[in-house]
Design a binder for this molecule. Structure first.
Ligand code: 0O2
Length: 241
């Protein structure tokens, strides 16, 4: 039986195997050797963009709290894509192995995950964020209105945001994932289970069906909690609604 730590070790081991396999490919090897400096620049600038976006959500959270006495954001997590994950995606998308093509085709080197209290908060925050005049929307995927086959729900935005450097301004891409606590809880556990691929086929299928059912339960829970909040708000300030 694997515990939390050994599942993480298992995942990392699998990722290492993939990377070592890919790096055994001479194209990948020479690409990373020849482009180590520009890749480092790309990752550093992406990190700067990620910080800009994180700050924007923190500012919105403060302002919402001031205006409505309610903090829509429970937590914000940021992550830079790992090299393993980047290699895996370049390979899976079959995009040319050049710096230009990575910049053009890989949109999630910088990722910001905003965990909200209620589903309505997700859309209010996303609207306010996208209204900002330095944010350009590149792509929007609403997996809340249209959940993935797995049951996964979240609102995904790919945006471009400027970062200001010593002598220039650069537009960098960031993937923003907005979800509720229930969506985040489900996605985190499902992610862990999904990597446990050495399960017998029948067991895996059974678990996926159950995960799908759990996704539905978590969606129902979100709606019920939101409805409770609405009813409470109406009781507290009937004229405001
Ligand atoms: P990480 O480490 O989270 O970044 P692709 O990335 O190619 O699969 P696409 O179209 O670029 O697909 O992005 P998509 O499917 O809109 O969103 C990808 C990210 O959303 C994933 O990142 C996950 O974070 C999350 N996600 C999407 N589907 C699922 C799912 O079924 N279950 C869970 N738990 N998360 C999901 P990465 O790339 O997997 O890794």
């Amino acid at each position: 039986m694997l515990n939390g730590t050994s599942i993480r070790e298992y995942i990392n081991e699998k990722k290492r195997e993939i990377v070592l396999g890919r790096l055994a490919n001479r194209d990948f090897q020479s690409f990373f050797t020849e482009n180590s400096q520009p890749l480092q620049t790309l990752f550093t600038y992406s990190e700067c963009a990620m910080l800009e976006v994180e700050t924007k959500f923190r500012v919105l959270n403060e302002q919402f709290t001031l205006a409505y006495d309610h903090s829509p954001i429970e937590s914000i997590k940021t992550r830079l894509k790992s090299l393993e994950s980047l290699i895996e995606k370049v390979h899976r998308y079959q995009v040319p192995l050049t710096l230009e093509s990575i910049q053009k085709n890989i949109n999630d080197i910088a990722g910001v995950r905003v965990v909200c209290s209620f589903p309505d908060d997700i859309y209010s925050l996303a609207d306010c964020f996208l209204e900002q005049d330095d944010i350009t929307l590149i792509d929007r995927k609403d997996y809340i209105q249209h959940p993935k086959e797995s049951g996964y729900r979240s609102l995904h935005l790919i945006v471009s945001v400027p970062i200001f450097l010593e002598h220039e301004k650069r537009d960098m891409k960031v993937e923003v994932q907005l979800r509720t606590i229930a969506m985040d809880f489900w996605a985190s556990l499902e992610h862990k289970i999904r990597y446990k691929q050495d399960l017998p086929e029948g067991v895996a299928a059974e678990l996926y069906d159950e995960l799908l059912e759990c996704a539905q339960i978590s969606a129902d829970l979100d709606m019920r909690m939101q409805s409770i909040r609405k009813r409470l708000d109406e009781k507290i300030s009937p004229l405001a609604h």
